[in-house]
Design a protein around this ligand. Sequence first.
Ligand code: FAD
Length: 299
Amino acid sequence: MDWFNTMMASVLPYCPRWMARPFAHPYVAGETIEDALKTIEEIHSQGFAATVDILGEHIQTESEAHTVRDEYSDLYEAIGNTNGDCTISLKISHLGLDISEHLAMENLMVIVNKAQEVSRGITIDMENSELTDITLDIYRKIAAKYDQTGTVLQAYLFRSLTDLKALDSHQLTLRICKGIYREPPEIAFQTKDEIRNNFITLVQSLLKGQGTAQIATHDPILLDSLENWIEENQISPDRFEFQALYGVPMGDRLKKLREKGWAVRIYVPFGEQWFDYSVRRLKENPRIIGYVLGNLFKN
Ligand SMILES: Cc1cc2nc3c(=O)[nH]c(=O)nc-3n(C[C@H](O)[C@H](O)[C@H](O)COP(=O)(O)OP(=O)(O)OC[C@H]3O[C@@H](n4cnc5c(N)ncnc54)[C@H](O)[C@@H]3O)c2cc1C
C-alpha cells in the first residue's frame, strides 16, 4: 500500500479543496475560534484536557505575523473564559521567525503577556532541526518570564537527551514526541526501534530528574512500555500526562488512561490553513492517507 499512499499524497495538492477536505476533516477542528471552542468543550466533557493550535507555519510577511499574533491573543481571551484545562501550542515560524528573530520574539511576548493575564499555559512546538537551537533559546527566555511555559523534544534526534539534561529543572514541562519532519541519518535515528528506545530513554530521564513529562504518542508499544514503567516506579501522577492528536483513532486507550487517574490532553489544530497543513502532513507521512481511507471505510 505504500506506493498508493505516496501517489495519493503527491496528487492531493492539485485537487480542489472539497476533495481534500475528507483527509483533513478528522484531524482539524474547523476554521474559526468558535469551531475550536466547540471541540474543546466536547473534549472537556469526556474528561480530557486540551491544547489548541492555530494552523500555519513559516509566515512570510510582517503583517501576516501580526495577524497571527492577534489571533493567538483572541484565542487566549476565548479560552480564558472557559472552565476546563486548555493551553495553547504554537510554532515560532508562524510568528515571523523567517523574517526575523526579533519579530517572532516581539509577537511571542505579546501572546505570553495574554497567557499570563488569563493564567493559561503555552507550549512552543518543535519544528525541523534547523530551528531546534533557536526554539530552545526562545523557550528558556520565555520560561524565565512565565512558569507555565513548555516546549518539545523529538525522540528521533540524537541530540535530544543532551538537550533534556541541560534543561532539567523543577519548572521544566517537556513534551516528548517521535518527531514529524524528515531528518537525515547524520543527526537522527531512522528506524522505528531506535526512535522508540530513545523515546523511552527521554521520558524516563525526565521523570528521574525534576521535570514534568508530556508523553505525546499514539504508539501502543510505547504506551504499554511507559505505562508499566510508570506503575513499577510509582511515579506521581502530577509529574506526567499523556497527549494525543485530535481525531487519531485510539479505541478506548485514552479513556483507560483517565480511569487510572492519569491526565490526558488532546492537541486540537484549527484554522483556515487546514488545506496547506494537511497536504504538508500527507507529503511528510503518506501513511496518513492509509489511516484516513481506513477510517472512511470503517464508518
Ligand atoms: C500531542 C502531540 C503533539 C505533537 N507535537 C509535535 C511537535 O511539536 N513537533 C513534532 O515534530 N512532532 C509533534 N508531534 C508528532 C509526533 O512527532 C509524531 O509524528 C506523531 O505523533 C506520530 O508518532 P506516534 O508516536 O504516534 O507513532 P506512529 O508509529 O507514527 O503511530 C502509531 C500509531 O498511531 C496511529 N497514528 C499516528 N499518527 C496518526 C495520524 N496522524 N492519523 C491517524 N493515525 C495516526 C497509527 O495507527 C499508528 O500505527 C506531536 C504529536 C502529538 C501526539
